[in-house]
Design a binder for this molecule. Structure first.
Ligand code: ADP
Ligand code: ZN
Length: 295
């Protein structure tokens, strides 16, 4: 029996899973992301405690990441603003400690892969997975493969319309101010309204504004990447009633231009929640591990 390890490496917490898929996730743990050394050691300990040695490891990580196979820093976290984590050779450290093949991708590409294998995007070969949480990020499967470029897409940092009269909030992205993430991430909501997103009731003006930003951002992604389905995850999307508002805004912004039935007839099935819930990332990491072994 081949068993795999998966790590969803987040800026707030690490989630580790041991198993072969959603029906066979035999062990799982999570712990806060502290220093790189302490956090990596905890992950290594978790896998070493399991009954069988893992055959390969997959990592879905926060970034930015060096994903250039020819780079000496391949698999490292690079210019993150997270203190202590700049230039952390995450992949190399885990590969050395566990001595198995390791495959890394962005957290959102891993989540997209998990949903593609076992969730809301089974059988599709063009999808986008966007998370709206502490940050905003997007992953994609294009032509059946995880989408990469020179590095990896950074879908949360695109600029969208921002009317300073209607919303005089400058945005919180340290790089761009009012990019999509700077305007619509969980911490942006908190900074604008002075309270955490989960405490803002349905019907609060925060939600119409949030849906407008997310819908504008998604419409741009849909026009750019032409997905068969869009999966929207992350803590902020738990807000009751937000998803339908986002769908309505996407429809408005697409302006009737795209005439595929997925959009004109069944928008509810086109923009969906993750079927794997909060486990898309860690299961996607296990799917990456399976790929690592096949390579
Ligand atoms: P991360 O992005 O760090 O992986 P999450 O996806 O859980 O974490 O997102 C955390 C963000 O989601 C926080 O900014 C929090 O305020 C927000 N959030 C969590 N639960 C809810 C909720 N029920 N409604 C709205 N926002 C929420
Ligand atoms: Zn930005």
């Amino acid at each position: 029996m081949r068993v795999f390890g998966g790590i969803e490496a987040g800026g707030t917490k690490f989630v580790c899973g041991y198993g072969t898929g959603p029906q066979d996730l035999q062990a799982e743990t999570q712990f806060p992301t502290t220093s790189p050394q302490e956090t990596i050691n905890r992950a290594v300990d978790f896998f070493r405690q399991q009954p069988e040695p893992i055959r390969a490891l997959g990592i879905g990580s926060f970034g930015p990441l060096d994903l250039d196979p020819d780079s000496p820093a391949y698999g490292s976290i690079t210019t993150t603003p997270k203190p202590g984590w700049q230039n952390t050779p995450l992949t190399a450290a885990l590969q050395q400690a566990l001595a198995v093949p390791v495959l890394i991708d962005t957290d959102v590409n891993a989540a997209a892969l998990g949903e593609h294998h076992w969730g809301a995007a089974e059988g599709l070969d063009a999808i986008i997975y966007v998370t709206v949480g502490t940050g905003i990020g997007g992953g994609a499967i294009a032509a059946g493969k995880r989408l990469h470029g020179r590095t990896h897409p950074e879908m949360g940092h695109v600029r969208i319309p921002h009317d300073m009269t209607e919303d005089p909030f400058e945005g919180i992205c340290p790089f761009h101010g009012d990019c999509l993430e700077g305007l619509a991430s969980g911490p942006a909501i908190r900074a604008r309204w002075g309270q955490a997103a989960e405490t803002l009731p349905a019907g609060h003006p925060a939600w119409a504004l949030e849906a407008a930003y997310l819908g504008d951002g998604l419409a741009n992604l849909i026009l750019t990447l032409s997905p068969q389905r869009v999966i929207l995850g992350g803590g902020v999307m738990q807000a009751p009633g937000l998803l339908p508002l986002v769908r309505a805004r996407v429809k408005l912004r697409l302006g009737g231009y795209l005439t595929i039935p997925e959009i004109t007839e069944d928008l509810d099935a086109f923009i969906v929640q993750p079927a794997l819930g909060v486990k898309s990332g860690v299961l996607g990491a296990i799917a990456l591990a399976q790929e690592a072994l096949e390579e």
